[in-house]
Design a protein around this ligand. Sequence first.
Ligand code: LLP
Length: 432
Amino acid sequence: MISKNISVNEAGHLCFAGQDVCDLAERFGTPLYLLDEDRIRENCRLYKTAFAESFGEKAAPAYASKAASFVHMYRVMREEEMCIDVVSSGEIFTAVKAGFPMERAFFHSNNKTDADILYAMDAGVGYFVVDGEDELVRLSELASARGAVQKILLRVTPGIDPHTYEAVNTGMVDSKFGVAIETGQARELVKLTLTLDGVSLEGVHCHVGSQVFDEDVYQRTADIMLPFLAQMRDEFGFTAKILNFGGGYGVPYVQSDGTVDIRARIGEVAAHMKALCESLSMELPFFVMEPGRSIVADAGLTVYRVGAVKRIPGYKNYVSVDGGMTDNPRYALYGSKYTVLHGDKANEPADFLCDLVGRCCESGDIIQPKICLPASTARGDLVCVCTTGAYNYSMASNYNRIPRPPVVMLRDGGAFEAVRRETFADLTALDL
Ligand code: LLP
């Protein structure tokens, strides 16, 4: 199985986190997002342990909450004593509602409005990750006006190609995010920051990309970032307290993806950074990473009910389900791969080649092309898409006025709704 929380029981039903998906579909309806809370907590602990082993006290993982953002998720992060990354006032609002201690939050975005800046300061956000000069100057003005000093990191682009897909490649010099080291703009921004009131420069941030498998990406990042910090020390007498490398470790969606041994990788990154710091005669700053996908992706499974099976002899076959690009736009957007399994005939040979498609009124509404399901697949059956915990619920839409599915958490053998199913009334709630 693609993930160790998936199994098959004697009835031939797929089980997720030890629970029969047919029972869960019966109880909560379909389409249905399942999230294995135990797995999310395990993933958090994996990072925490790896960080502690490799960096001691001087490191912390921050969950990138854009991967899956709702109140209960922030409660889990609070209980696991994680830091978080937030990217909008909406995420801040949700985290605050969960009672998350906002001093452990890093606030991103390449375009924070004045309202966002004020809202985040009111919420007590620990660190702004400042994306550029416009934001820096405005934050300085707004913080000074209220007699506050906001802690910040500057987001810089190290010019690293992490070899992932283009839409999530962010560390290159021509990125929408951050200021480039190569062009000298990052140096200028550090210099400017040190002259401004209302902001306290705590360190720097970079994020090279998402779904990263390349073994040495973070070593290459360190090779740029640490000498940059040494240069800032030598030129401006500035010592960075925090170095944040953003998110990115990849997760397997299909068997051929391979896996990342996160604990081992973090150990290698730490060793590399320590040696580099020694050669630069600098102390290693407090190290932060912002994993999103690798915390929640394999904790997710989406359950759909089959509506139509269409065979076009000599051409192709379609299996249509009761969800689609509205609950999972990732194939439509990025061509993302997924493993698809039958929910109630999980023991039958899967030799019926088909495209798994949704119910939206457009041909691009494909969840996954060219998958295999049992030949007996028919209306009323359940089909499950694996590894949907990250960037599915958080990217869902109401296109075609389709209500979003509930998010059901599986914990200690039990199940409860963390987000309820949208109703038709919800769909018109904003219409005047
Ligand atoms: N930190 C920053 C500043 C980020 O921009 C991101 C992701 C992360 C951390 C978390 O990266 P992760 O560990 O999840 O790879 N919607 C796309 C992914 C967009 C990622 C955006 N930034 C997808 O569905 O693949």
